[in-house]
Design a protein around this ligand. Structure first.
Ligand code: ASP
Length: 428
């Protein structure tokens, strides 16, 4: 049944229509469409009539956008993710708009597994090497959990202290050695370009889990996937959106990856708000100024936030500063409830790649928005699982087996994962 939702979401993405417009195009009410898109466990969930599926498939076939015949029962694989000819994910620059959206379709198919309704063992017997030479909670655990939820197992190493790199071992040797032990690697390393070096030293799949101030492709993919899902509910499309980036745009690798991915769309307005010493690097600025996208800089949070569809806050990457003298990330850069209420619409999304620095005086995203449904940060982290499952399924070539491999889960997860999640009920 999950295939119904992924079919519909994919059709909306391909036709580039909001939910309202899509409902009109296929001649159904918005209410009916909403009920077909709900999670199966929701009481309001309904099955889509077969005739709607056939009609939608016809629209897709006749639209110039659609080359492959789609159906609820036929899952199309995303284009292979490839880096220098190998199944590896190092940069978002490996994606086109179409290939990113094909990956999102696969992530939609993974949702019932991520939500613990279904299980799959398509990666049974496979072993993942999680190599994290820098601090991580989300990326390391969610890549691990995603691999396990597809039936695989994990081996990992964290930090330099307990690895042979502390004895002077090269990236080439480390990568080649680990390749003999595992079937895929996720690597995080403090130096920009280092994960590409790991990738070149092996033929097994390698995923960049963050290379210094370089890129964090899986985070950007889950961010864009979250934006699309939220926009579908809010009746908006990515083309023409206004996104405001706040904070450390110089060293924030999630920002670097996300702006490049968004630049694949048309007519995006990027507003950049950063202390002067933490501006977005100029080579990235050049890359995103295309497709009719507009980039504006401002130092005022109050005026910069006006009209925003998305506010993307970030943490100051203190670990990347060679000197500790950094000043300038003052309270004027803090996103909090008073500011969001004053400058944003009731449907503006507030995002952050996390972790947020919640210590006093940090001026990072405030916790006073925790009960505000505009705060999408935990929907972002939840979406990290289906996206990372999709990445593995694609890199290891089992993408076509997932839909047919699902069985019901035997255990019952809590109705809401977090104690405050009830306020988000109906958000999907
Ligand atoms: N978790 C993200 C990263 O590793 C963001 C951050 O650390 O601020 O880049």
């Amino acid at each position: 049944m999950s295939v119904q939702q992924s079919f519909l979401r994919d059709a909306m993405r391909k036709l580039n229509l909001t939910r309202e417009a899509f409902a009109g195009r296929i001649g159904v009410t918005r209410r009916a469409l909403d009920s077909w898109l709900l999670p199966i466990e929701s009481q309001e969930f309904r099955s889509m009539p077969e005739i709607v599926e056939r009609f939608t498939s016809e629209i897709l076939q006749s639209s110039a956008l659609e080359v492959n015949t789609q159906s609820v029962h036929h899952v199309i694989s995303p284009a292979p993710i490839s880096f220098e000819g190998r199944p590896q994910l190092i940069s978002v620059e490996q994606f086109s708009r179409e290939s990113a959206e094909a990956l999102f379709r696969l992530a939609d198919i993974m949702q019932p597994i991520a939500r613990r309704q279904k299980i799959s063992r398509v990666l049974e017997g496979a072993v993942l090497g999680n190599l994290f030479f820098e601090a991580s909670t989300r990326t390391r655990v969610s890549f691990g959990a995603a691999f396990c939820r597809l039936g695989g197992a994990i081996c990992d190493t964290t930090g330099f202290t307990f690895s042979s790199m502390a004895k002077g071992e090269s990236i080439y040797d480390t990568s080649r050695v680990i390749s003999g032990y595992v079937d895929a690697m996720v690597v995080r390393h403090p130096e920009q370009g280092s994960v590409a070096e790991f990738a070149r030293a092996t033929n097994i799949p390698v995923v960049n889990g963050g290379d210094g101030a370089g890129e964090h492709p899986s985070q950007a993919l889950l961010d864009l996937y979250t934006i699309q899902r939220e926009f579908s509910r809010l009746n908006r499309v990515v083309d023409g959106m206004h996104i405001v980036f706040v904070g450390d745009l110089k060293y924030g690798r999630t920002v670097h990856s996300l702006v490049k991915l968004l630049a694949l769309y048309r007519g995006i307005k990027f507003t950049l708000i950063a202390p002067p010493s933490l501006d977005l690097p100029s080579h990235i600025l050049e890359q995103i100024s295309k497709n009719g996208n507009v980039v504006e800089h401002t130092s005022s949070l109050t005026s910069g936030l006006i009209g925003a569809d998305v506010v993307y806050a970030t943490r100051v990457q203190k670990e990347r500063f060679s000197d500790e003298s950094f000043e300038g990330y003052t309270p004027e850069f803090q996103i909090n409830k008073a500011l969001v209420d004053a400058s944003c619409r009731p449907d503006t999304l507030v995002m952050h790649p996390l972790p947020r620095d919640s210590r006093a005086g940090a001026n990072d995203l405030s916790t006073d928005l925790n009960h505000d449904s505009r705060l999408a940060i935990f929907r972002q982290t939840d979406n990290g699982i289906p996206i990372r499952m999709a990445i593995f399924a694609s890199l290891l070539g089992v993408d076509n087996q997932v839909a047919h491999s699902m069985r019901d889960a035997a255990w019952l997860p809590p109705r809401y994962i977090g104690p405050d999640d009830a306020i988000f009920h109906g958000i999907d």
